[in-house]
Write a protein that binds this ligand. Structure first.
Ligand SMILES: Nc1nc2c(ncn2[C@@H]2O[C@H](COP(=O)(O)OP(=O)(O)OP(=O)(O)O)[C@@H](O)[C@H]2O)c(=O)[nH]1
Length: 357
C-alpha cells in the first residue's frame, strides 16, 4: 500500500522516521512521503525526515507540556500551513494517509484528531491514525489525555490502529527503557503490513494487495495488528504446522492490543519465501482466525519475501468492543477524575486567591 505518513508530536515524529527508514532499508517503497509536525523545536531537530514547527506564536518552539487542548488549538490555528506543506507530498499515487501520534502527550494527542479532520476534508483516500496508547504504568495525565484523544480520533479517522505501549516489548522493561524496542517493532511490523503487495516480484493470485488492507479497515473504529515469526522449513509441506502456530501466537501473544480478539474483519498475511508458503496451512490458519474473531470477513494472502523465516501478520478491524479498550477507557476516566481533584486542591493552595477571613 502506497502511503504518506505524518507524525505529530515527539512519539509521532520518531515513529514516522523509524517506519520510513525500515521501508527504505527493505527497499519496499511503500512510504511515498513522510513529514513530522511538532510544537517542540528540539524534538524536530533530532529527525532526518522533513519537519514542520507549529504554534510558534503560542509556545515559541517549547512544546505544549502535555496540554492536549492547547495541542488541538495550535494545530487548528496552523492547519493551513500544515496542509500547504503537504501539498505535492500527497500525490495521486498515495492510497492512504497515516497520521502517527502518541495519544498520551499534548501535541500528538490534541493535534492528531484535528489534522485527521482537515485531511479528510481535502483528500479522497482513507485517512488512518496509528495511535500509541500509554502503558499502564504511565501517569494519569497521559491516561486522561489518551482517553479524550482516542474518543475524538476514532470518530474522525477512517480507522485507528492502536499499539499499546505495554504490548511490544519484554515484560520487566520499563516503558521508557523499552521505547527503542517498541519503536523497532512498530517499524518492522506496521512496516511489513504497509509493504504487503508492494514491490513484489512474480505476483501470484494469492499475493495480498492494498485493497485487502483497506477493506479490512473499512468498518472504521479501532484496529490492531498481531505478529509472530518462526524459522521456516525447506518446503511448503514442512511449514503447514508452523503457519498455524505463528498465526495463533500473532493473535494471542503478539498483538499490539492485548486481549483484542473479537473483530468485525480480519486479514491474515503470511510472509516468507513463495515456495515455502503452504496453501493448506494458510487456508487452515485463515479459517482458525474466522472462528476466533467471530468474523465472516477474514481475508488472507501471501507476502513473498526473500527470508529464511516465515511470519504471520493478523490485522483486525473493528475491535472496539474488546475488554482491553473498556479497561483503558475506565483507566482514562479515573485518571481524569484524579486530575480534576488535583486541580481542585491546587485552587485551594493558590496564593493569588484571597482567604475569606
Ligand atoms: N512507543 C513510543 N511511545 C512514546 C515515545 N515517546 C513518547 N511516547 C509515548 O507518547 C506519549 C507522550 O507523547 P509525546 O509524543 O512524547 O508528546 P507530544 O505529543 O510531543 O506532546 P508535548 O510533549 O506535550 O508537546 C506517552 O504516552 C509516551 O509513553 C516513543 O519513542 N515510542
Amino acid at each position: 500500500m502506497k502511503v504518506v505518513l505524518i507524525g505529530v508530536g515527539q512519539a509521532g515524529g520518531k515513529l514516522t522516521q523509524a517506519l520510513a527508514e525500515f521501508d527504505y532499508e527493505m527497499d519496499f517503497d511503500a512510504v511515498r512521503g513522510a513529514l513530522a509536525v511538532n510544537t517542540a523545536k528540539t524534538d524536530l531537530q533530532t529527525l532526518d525526515i522533513e519537519t514542520q514547527l507549529i504554534g510558534q506564536d503560542r509556545v515559541r518552539g517549547h512544546g505544549v507540556g502535555g496540554d492536549n487542548e492547547l495541542g488541538a488549538e495550535v494545530m487548528q490555528e496552523d492547519a493551513v500551513e500544515v496542509m500547504d506543506g503537504l501539498d505535492g507530498k500527497i500525490t495521486a499515487e498515495a492510497e492512504a494517509i497515516f497520521v502517527v501520534a502518541g495519544l498520551g502527550g499534548g501535541t500528538g494527542s490534541g493535534g492528531a484528531p484535528v489534522l485527521v479532520r482537515e485531511l479528510k476534508r481535502v483528500y479522497d483516500v482513507p485517512v488512518y491514525t496509528l495511535g500509541i496508547l500509554p502503558g499502564r504504568g504511565e501517569g494519569s495525565m497521559y491516561q486522561a489525555n489518551a482517553g479524550r484523544s482516542l474518543k475524538t480520533v476514532v470518530r474522525e479517522a477512517d480507522s485507528t490502529i492502536l499499539v499499546d505501549n505495554d504490548a511490544w516489548h519484554d515484560a520487566g522493561e520499563s516503558v521508557e527503557a523499552a521505547f527503542d524496542t517498541i519503536n523497532r517493532n512498530i517499524a518492522q511490523r506496521i512496516g511489513l503490513l504497509l509493504a504487503s503487495g508492494e514491490n513484489v516480484e512474480g505476483v501470484g493470485e494469492s499475493v495480498v494487495d492494498s485493497s485487502e488492507i483497506i477493506n479490512t479497515l473499512r468498518e472504521g473504529g479501532i484496529a490492531c495488528l498481531g505478529y509472530a515469526s518462526a524459522a521456516g522449513g525447506e518446503t511448503a509441506e514442512d511449514n503447514i504446522n508452523a503457519v498455524t502456530s505463528i498465526t495463533r501466537s500473532a493473535l494471542f501473544t503478539g498483538t499490539s492490543l492485548p486481549d483484542a480478539v473479537t473483530a468485525d474483519a480480519a486479514l491474515l498475511v503470511v510472509a516468507g519465501r513463495p515456495d515455502a508458503i503452504p496453501r493448506k496451512g494458510v487456508e487452515r490458519a485463515r479459517s482458525w482466525v474466522e472462528d476466533q474473531t467471530g468474523s465472516l470477513q477474514v481475508r488472507g494472502g501471501d507476502f513473498p519475501l526473500d527470508s529464511d523465516r516465515i511470519a504471520a501478520l493478523v490485522l483486525l478491524g473493528g475491535v472496539e468492543r474488546s475488554p482491553r479498550i473498556d479497561e483503558f477507557m475506565e483507566r482514562a476516566r479515573q485518571a481524569q477524575e484524579e486530575q480534576e481533584q488535583v486541580d481542585h486542591t491546587a485552587n485551594f493552595q493558590n496564593d493569588e486567591l484571597d482567604d475569606l477571613f
